[in-house]
Design a protein around this ligand. Structure first.
Ligand SMILES: Nc1ncnc2c1ncn2[C@@H]1O[C@H](COP(=O)(O)OP(=O)(O)OP(=O)(O)O)[C@@H](O)[C@H]1O
Ligand SMILES: [Mg+2]
Length: 376
């Protein structure tokens, strides 16, 4: 992939070469050992018959003794060969255990154990999330993906982010929820720099619906209520959030309704259904700030409008950051920030941007034509 950063490319290449070397070594050993085992098995029979025949002629062994010897050797050969296979399985198991241990023993960054006290966590409520002169580039890549970005998301405000493909929208989202390591002094929650306290505490405040949602191999209902703590209250609200995320119609057509299994990573669902299921999951227990990263791309304009209405009903008091490359998804936001190649080029309401930002106006007009075409 041409867009891969040089560091990721180099790391992948290094691991691929190591894998190739190990595979070749295994193949070499296997192609040598298997015929040798087969050969020695047959050689043993020849030896027993030859030596046994000789001793029979010299009357030192009886025919019965040779036959017994032969039968025992055949009986023993197979288990001995299988012992080798057991050794391989054991070694593979040990490697898997080591992999798990690496994850379990990974050192937690100092900052991630700096948990806030309960009053401090409660104090985060109703605070403004501010971005101050944020610059960001990926490891091993000099390109500035985010270039001097500043804006605020005050409590209860609905903010939209418009930008074309590859403009840096997902990168911004991953900086806001501190998924990526951001430079100190660039993102604040109230007066607290997000790099000074545990990510776990920040996640109580921010909930993100990603562009590429992860669904578990479970039922629709379980996928929605997953992680919401109190299972009973959660299940009672599943129907409501299915309705708000415009998925209720689809689910009612499934043979088993919300008890339908969605398969590994949601393989049984369409792209749009997966997106709406992840929206339903986020709406179940909305946090102070809900971020939706381009999650309306696979639905039509009419459904998009209804989902946004549902979102506004459910998160009236909370803030929302809706990322999209479609103006129609952002029209009703309190404020929209416009992105172009990692730079924030304009911000304001829909009406204001139509007048002041030519890029916004052109995008809007192009998409107006699309909407009309869809309506036809
Ligand atoms: N993990 C990564 N490592 C290196 N570069 C990356 C990584 N993720 C994204 N990029 C680069 O950062 C730039 C912005 O990507 P980003 O995913 O933020 O765009 P986007 O605006 O969300 O695009 P889209 O509308 O397609 O979702 C792209 O040029 C991409 O190649
Ligand atoms: Mg993106």
């Amino acid at each position: 992939n041409q867009q891969m950063s040089p560091w990721v490319k180099a790391e992948t290449e290094k691991l691929n070469q190591l894998l190739l070397r190990c595979r070749m070594q295994i193949t070499r050993i296997q192609t040598f050992i298997l015929p040798v085992l087969e050969f020695s098995n047959n050689l043993m029979k020849i030896l027993i018959l030859g030596l046994g025949g000789y001793l029979l002629l010299k009357q030192q062994l009886t025919l019965g003794e040779i036959t017994a010897f032969l039968s025992y050797s055949v009986l023993l050969a197979l288990p001995l060969m299988q012992l080798g296979r057991v050794a391989t399985i054991y070694q593979r198991g040990m490697v898997s255990i080591e992999s798990v241990q690496t994850i379990l023993n990974a050192e937690i960054p100092q900052q991630d154990v700096a948990y806030l006290s309960k009053p401090e966590v409660n104090g985060l409520k109703g605070r403004t999330l501010s971005v101050r002169n944020l610059n960001f580039s990926y490891k091993g890549d000099d390109r500035l993906i985010l270039n001097n970005i500043s804006f605020d998301i005050p409590a209860g405000k609905k903010v939209g982010v418009l930008g074309s493909i590859g403009a840096g929208k997902t990168t911004l989202v991953n900086c806001l929820n501190h998924h990526l390591d951001v430079p100190a002094g660039s993102i604040f929650l109230g007066d607290k720099d997000v790099t000074t306290f545990a990510r776990k505490d920040l996640r109580r405040y921010i909930k993100t619906v990603t562009q590429d949602p992860y669904l578990f191999s479970a039922t629709v209902e379980e996928n929605i209520s997953f992680g919401s703590g109190d299972a009973e209250t959660a299940n009672a609200q599943v129907d409501e959030v299915l309705e708000l995320s415009q998925l209720a119609g689809d689910v009612s057509r499934f043979e088993k309704g919300d008890q339908t299994l969605v398969g590994e990573k949601g393989i049984m669902l369409s792209g749009g259904q997966k997106q709406r299921l992840s929206i339903a999951r986020a709406l179940l227990k909305p946090s102070d700030l809900i971020i939706m990263d381009d999650v309306l791309s696979a639905v039509d304009y009419e459904t998009e409008r209804k989902i946004l209405q549902g979102l506004f009903v459910r998160v009236k008091k909370q803030s929302a950051l809706v990322v999209s490359h479609r103006v129609s998804a952002l029209e009703y936001m309190d404020e929209i920030i416009v992105f172009k190649e990692g730079k924030l080029i304009a911000k304001g309401s829909h009406e204001a941007l139509l007048k002041t930002c030519p890029y916004y106006y052109e995008t809007w007009q192009l998409q107006q034509n699309e909407t009309e075409a869809e309506a036809c």
